[in-house]
Design a protein around this ligand. Sequence first.
Ligand SMILES: Cc1cc2nc3c(=O)[nH]c(=O)nc-3n(C[C@H](O)[C@H](O)[C@H](O)COP(=O)(O)O)c2cc1C
Length: 215
Amino acid sequence: MTLEEIIKNRHSVRQYSDKKIPPEDLKKILNAGYLAPSWMNSQPWKFILVQNDSAKELLSKLSNNQPHVKNAAAVVVCVADKKGWDKEIFGEVLKKRGMEEAGIERILSIPMFYPKLLGEERLLLRTVEQVTYAVSYMMLQAYELGVDSCIIGAIENEATVINHPDIVKEVNETLNLNQDDVIITMITLGYEKEKTPPNKQRKDYDKVVFFEKVN
Ligand SMILES: Cc1cc2nc3c(=O)[nH]c(=O)nc-3n(C[C@H](O)[C@H](O)[C@H](O)COP(=O)(O)O)c2cc1C
């Protein structure tokens, strides 16, 4: 399958068969997230593969009881790792790129380059931005392997709402997350129960794509 075909045919799948996903395919999907691009290669993320039934049930509760979270063969929990911006961690990434100490200090002093200087809210925004690319990479990789998926963004977190702090707490404990970890998205993975053709409903192309300037 070409990338063009993958992009055209991939669609959100919410009804899964009981078929398990081979471990080597799960590994490839996670690797796609691992290799995704990020701001100065900051990689402020964690990806947690969940296959355990009781954990999937709990994650379903976190997503307002969406049934496909529970019924998927696997769920990748995509976490914004705000700690990934800490000077020691981000500095280490820059060092690996061959940057000298003075250059690193300079980067860490410029708000445009170092979102930690912009406050909690904008730090989270920038971190979400990074996680999003990795999510796309994983979905597309999954589809190439014949694995269907759905992004689950309607979840309780500090970027949306927290109506059930007890559930959030239980999820954090179950996944061993720390206070700098924010679950942004989950990706449900599995094989569609009954194959349906993609139904790509989109706005009109010329309402969103422009050449040189907006019409
Ligand atoms: C950020 C984001 C959050 C989403 N959250 C959910 C969700 O919580 N539950 C769900 O069933 N689908 C969710 N979706 C899937 C969208 O509804 C779906 O991608 C969109 O309708 C386009 O359909 P397609 O993926 O089949 O092309 C989400 C998609 C994105 C990108």
